[in-house]
Design a protein. Structure first.
Length: 127
């Protein structure tokens, strides 16, 4: 496995190894704290991180458009594009969660806990 390091917002860095093998009981993942251990496919993680990086760049472009007083309809079209891109990333993450994490929980015999955590996450994610 490679030991790549990615920079996030300034000087914060994390390694691909840390991202591939992490537990959701860590507080830096936000409100919902899952207790299962994640082991994600390196290529899959790389694809998701790349998509998020493109989205991040797109958002910076929208910010520039606003700062340059570009027409509101043009800005709104770009906002819609970012929303769509985020929805696609969420779909990829959900698909992988169902095929990898839920399947692993079923094999380990703790499927009920995993499903409850997924339901709680979906309640916050879906309007």
């Amino acid at each position: 496995m490679t030991h790549e390091t990615f920079a996030l917002s300034g000087t914060n860095k994390y390694s691909l190894d840390q991202e591939l093998n992490h537990s959701h009981s860590e507080p830096d993942h936000g409100e919902g704290l899952s207790t299962h251990h994640h082991v994600h496919d390196e290529e899959s993680l790389r694809r998701i991180v790349n998509r998020l990086s493109r989205i991040e760049g797109h958002i910076r472009g929208i910010k520039t458009m606003v700062q340059e007083s570009r027409p509101c309809p043009d800005v709104l079209v770009q906002v819609a594009a970012v929303r769509g891109a985020l929805d696609r990333v969420a779909r990829i993450i959900l698909d992988e969660h169902l095929t990898q994490c839920i399947a692993r929980a079923a094999e380990e015999g703790n499927i009920e806990v995993e499903i409850e955590e997924l339901k709680a996450a979906l309640d916050r994610f879906l309007p």
